[in-house]
Write a protein that binds this ligand. Structure first.
Ligand code: FES
Ligand SMILES: [Fe+2]
Length: 389
């Protein structure tokens, strides 16, 4: 049995109260989202420069950087990123951009290295990003090598995940403060003990915002996922916690109703809920009853996006049966996500038709309201990573 927190008890209580009253978790009124949120190239430019530069993005799992010399690269924010574990065991992140003439110095998704040699003219950098040398250095005698190290990015490891802010600069970057509203839950998962079973990415012809919104309500489950997720969860009974700027979206399994017949002291949250945690601005920790998906969504131009996902399991499969079990979970989720993406692409294809100036967010599509507010706050300067600390 897992430990059930006070926050989780409150979710269970809300669910049981809602169900016995024939209600669902709702905001006071419907909301409206301008369709230009999904189409306007200028808005996208602003979203990239604010949301995808000034806030922490999940770029990997600590397992990938287990030892000194391990590195990962990440290319979907628009800033090429290199993360290393240096000789002292510290995590370091850099722009993966050579200071000579801009080539990516590391070109594998992950690996182990003592030195990074740029493929263009072989300038080389160590795990701390310092420029160590170059062929035929007499052509560069007057340069200041110290100042030509790889450009550092703020980074940290928390809750088993690697977080990077994809811009340099001195603005406050306090990951603990930023993640504080989610700390109790993410800490209890002990994701640092998990292992990556699969990681994959999907490119789609839809705005990153459409992809994001697919995880912020469960009203669509019994239409869009009629033959998959519908039967697995209570229909449109999500409970949302406003953990601003993040959102905890708790989706109950049908058996969660049996908790009403148990003493609250014996309630066990995890086997009874799937939780889609929105970690502002573009990350999700989707917690299943016995494994976890970490996904992030990135714009790839107007009307186009990339979804990146890691499937984390408590331990690597030791038997064929375990391998089959995790593979079958992966196939289900790939099918369900595929259903979302197909719908998202069809929505995007119709946006320019002009049928809608606004989309309508229902009262129980509460995650949409909460995420949109946080995004608008950031774009309009009311939310900064520093402001949360
Ligand atoms: S661009 Fe890297 S060595 Fe020239
Ligand atoms: Fe969905």
């Amino acid at each position: 049995m897992t430990v059930t927190s006070n926050e989780e008890r409150a979710i269970i209580r809300t669910l049981l109260d809602n169900c016995s009253a024939g209600m669902t978790d709702m905001v006071p009124d419907v909301g409206y989202a301008p369709v230009t949120n999904y189409t306007d190239p200028e808005r996208l430019t602003q979203e990239i420069s604010v949301l995808f530069r000034r806030f922490p993005i999940v770029v990997g799992h600590v397992e990938q950087l287990a030892e000194p010399g391990c590195f990962i690269t990440h290319n979907t924010t628009g800033v090429p990123i290199l993360v290393t574990r240096n000789r002292k065991g510290e995590l370091k992140a850099f722009m993966n951009v050579c200071r000579h003439r801009g080539m990516r110095v590391a070109n594998e998704p992950c690996g182990k290295a003592a030195m990074f040699t740029c493929p263009y003219h072989s300038w080389n950098y160590d795990l701390d990003g310092r420029l160590r040398g170059m062929p035929q250095p007499d052509g560069f005698e007057s340069i200041d090598r110290e100042s030509l190290g790889l450009v550092s990015l703020p980074a940290g490891e928390r809750f088993g995940l690697i977080w990077v802010r994809p811009s340099a600069g001195d603005e406050v970057f306090d990951l603990d403060a930023w993640l504080a509203p989610m700390a109790e839950q993410l800490g209890s998962l002990r994701l640092e003990d998990y292992t990556i079973f699969r990681s994959w990415s999907v490119e789609s012809d839809m705005s990153w915002r459409l992809a994001l919104e697919g995880f912020l309500e469960s009203y669509h489950f019994c239409s869009a996922h009629k033959h998959t997720a519908c039967a697995a969860y209570l229909d449109n009974q999500s409970v949302f916690l406003d953990l601003y700027p993040h959102v905890r979206h708790a989706v109950p399994l049908p058996k969660a109703l049996e908790l009403g017949e148990q003493a609250p002291e014996s309630w066990d949250y995890r086997p009874n809920f799937m939780t889609q945690n929105y970690l502002f601005p573009c990350n999700f920790a989707q917690v299943m009853t016995d494994h976890v998906y970490i996904h992030s969504i990135f714009p790839n131009g107007p009307g186009s996006s990339v979804f990146q996902c890691m499937m984390l399991v408590p331990e690597g499969p030791m038997t064929e049966k375990a391998e089959r079990y995790w593979n079958s979970n992966y196939s289900v989720v790939e099918t369900v996500f595929g259903e979302d993406f197909e719908i998202g692409q069809k929505i995007q294809a119709g946006l320019d038709a002009g049928a809608n100036e606004h989309f309508v967010f229902g009262r129980y599509e509460r995650g949409l309201h909460l995420a949109q507010k946080a995004i608008d706050d950031a774009l309009e300067g009311r939310l900064t990573a520093a402001a949360v600390s």
